[in-house]
Design a protein. Structure first.
Ligand code: XMP
Ligand code: MG
Length: 187
């Protein structure tokens, strides 16, 4: 753990997720919701979030990749696993772990919008607005964070650390993680 520094504690995550769920429950007012998680990073957040939703919920997943390396969006997004559900006429909530440049979500949002859902909203656990390359704003965001590369609670570095119960900042250079370009790391 010495390479990692806690940025968002388990307790903060719990109350942040609870607040998001309360807002979503209020906004959809009992309407059935199709919750679509973006694999793999959103799986922990989605699991905690949906257990606090009170309307009827259906869950599906989509997997995307962006060309380029794993930690840097190139802007070209490819759907690796499409939805199993048809979304036409349904209320859809896209759930993401983190919005960074915004390229992934902008692409997915437009792709899903073209399938004529009754409504389409986006809920992200983390938002790094300072890194945005396209204009994209989530409907729900749990925590706004500075330009740190973070892991844990579903987020990875070279596929590791997804199982950590809190969100941490990586303090040392590690294989599979981006260099500390942009953004000073907390000590
Ligand atoms: P864009 O740039 O398209 O990318 O908004 C969103 C995706 O980039 C990954 N990402 C991260 N993954 N820690 C991670 O583990 C981070 O700090 C981070 N920033 C971006 C992530 O896969 C997300 O879905
Ligand atoms: Mg990732």
């Amino acid at each position: 753990m010495e390479k990692l520094e806690v940025l968002i504690t388990e307790e903060q995550l719990r109350s942040g997720v609870a607040e998001l769920a309360e807002r979503i429950n209020r906004d959809y007012n009992g309407e059935e919701l199709l919750v679509v998680g973006i694999l793999r990073g959103a799986f922990v957040f989605l699991a905690d979030l949906v257990r606090r939703l009170t309307m009827p919920v259906v869950i599906d997943f989509v997997a995307v990749s962006s060309y380029g390396d794993d930690t840097q969006s190139s802007g070209v997004v490819r759907i690796l696993k499409d939805l199993d559900e048809s979304i036409a006429g349904r209320h859809v909530l896209l759930v993401e772990d983190i919005i960074d440049t915004g390229l992934t979500l902008k692409y997915l949002y437009e792709n899903l919008k073209a399938r004529h859902p009754a409504s389409l909203k986006v809920c992200t656990l983390l938002d790094k607005p300072s890194r945005r390359r396209v204009d994209f704003n989530p409907d729900y965001a749990g925590f706004t964070i500075p330009d740190y590369f973070v892991v844990g609670y579903g987020l990875d570095c070279g596929q590791r650390y997804r199982n950590l119960p809190m969100v941490c900042v990586i303090r040392q250079e590690q294989e599979g993680c981006p260099p500390f370009a942009g953004g000073e790391q907390p000590r």
